[in-house]
Design a binder for this molecule. Structure first.
Ligand code: IYR
Length: 223
């Protein structure tokens, strides 16, 4: 008994192989329909829905189960406007010379530029912060582990949960993004990781005609 202290039985559904394949195919097809969206409708999305997406994201595995993330959901139009202004100021510098010619060339098929209207149009901006350490009593800084891996996985789950629920997202990387820490008054242990605008696509929204790599381009099997 003592051996098992702190442990509980795993809840696990063992499925028949054909059912597993069917489910896996359905999930892959559903995920294949996800696209990054850069043109959002201002239609509102209830915060109760956002809550559930963050609940799903926060189930992600994490180093030593520290769950080293904070999801800041911004719906306040005034705050979104300030985020847009600060992001666009940085992006003007990026597109105006801070990014290499090679980089700009790589971005051409995406049609991005320094203007970021989606930062105001989308009803929600989810700013994902990584928590590099936790402050304990007496101010001791207790480290978190595999923070980038953990927060990357959690963000992936957030994007999948949003898509599954019927919302569009963009994975946005304003750069540098320290302005988010200041605008959102986050504590010293938190660093901005990604900014995810979330909502409904604008009427008639276009996306770049991209192809995904085939399985054999992304997978190696040693059987
Ligand atoms: N942060 C810039 C540039 C940008 C960079 C990459 I890599 C992208 O995949 C897309 C954009 C921007 O948000 O426009």
């Amino acid at each position: 008994m003592h051996d098992h202290e702190g442990f509980i039985p795993l809840l696990f559904t063992r499925r028949a192989a054909p059912e597993m394949v069917e489910r896996a195919k359905a999930f892959a097809a559903e995920m294949d329909a996800r696209r990054s969206v850069r043109h959002f409708s201002p239609d509102p999305v209830p915060v109760e829905l956002i809550n559930e997406l963050v609940r799903a994201a926060s189930t992600a595995p994490s180093g030593a189960h520290k769950q080293p993330w904070t999801f800041v959901a911004v719906g306040d139009p005034a705050l979104k406007q300030r985020i847009r202004e600060a992001a666009e100021a940085e992006e003007q510098a990026n597109y105006g010379g801070r990014m290499s010619e090679e980089w700009l060339e790589d971005l051409k098929p995406l049609g991005t530029d320094a203007l970021k209207p989606f930062l105001e149009d989308a009803p929600w901006l989810i700013i994902v912060f990584k928590r590099v350490f936790e402050v304990e009593a007496e101010g001791h800084k207790h480290p978190n582990y595999y923070v980038n891996e953990s927060v990357g996985i959690a963000t992936g789950l957030l994007i999948a949960a949003a898509h599954h629920a019927g919302l569009a997202t963009l994975t946005h990387t304003p750069s540098p993004m320290n302005f988010l820490k200041e605008l959102l008054r986050r504590p010293d242990n938190e660093r901005p990781f990604l900014l995810i605008p979330m909502g409904f696509p604008a009427e008639g929204c276009l996306v770049p005609d991209l192809r995904r790599k085939s399985l054999d381009q992304v997978m190696v099997v040693h059987k």
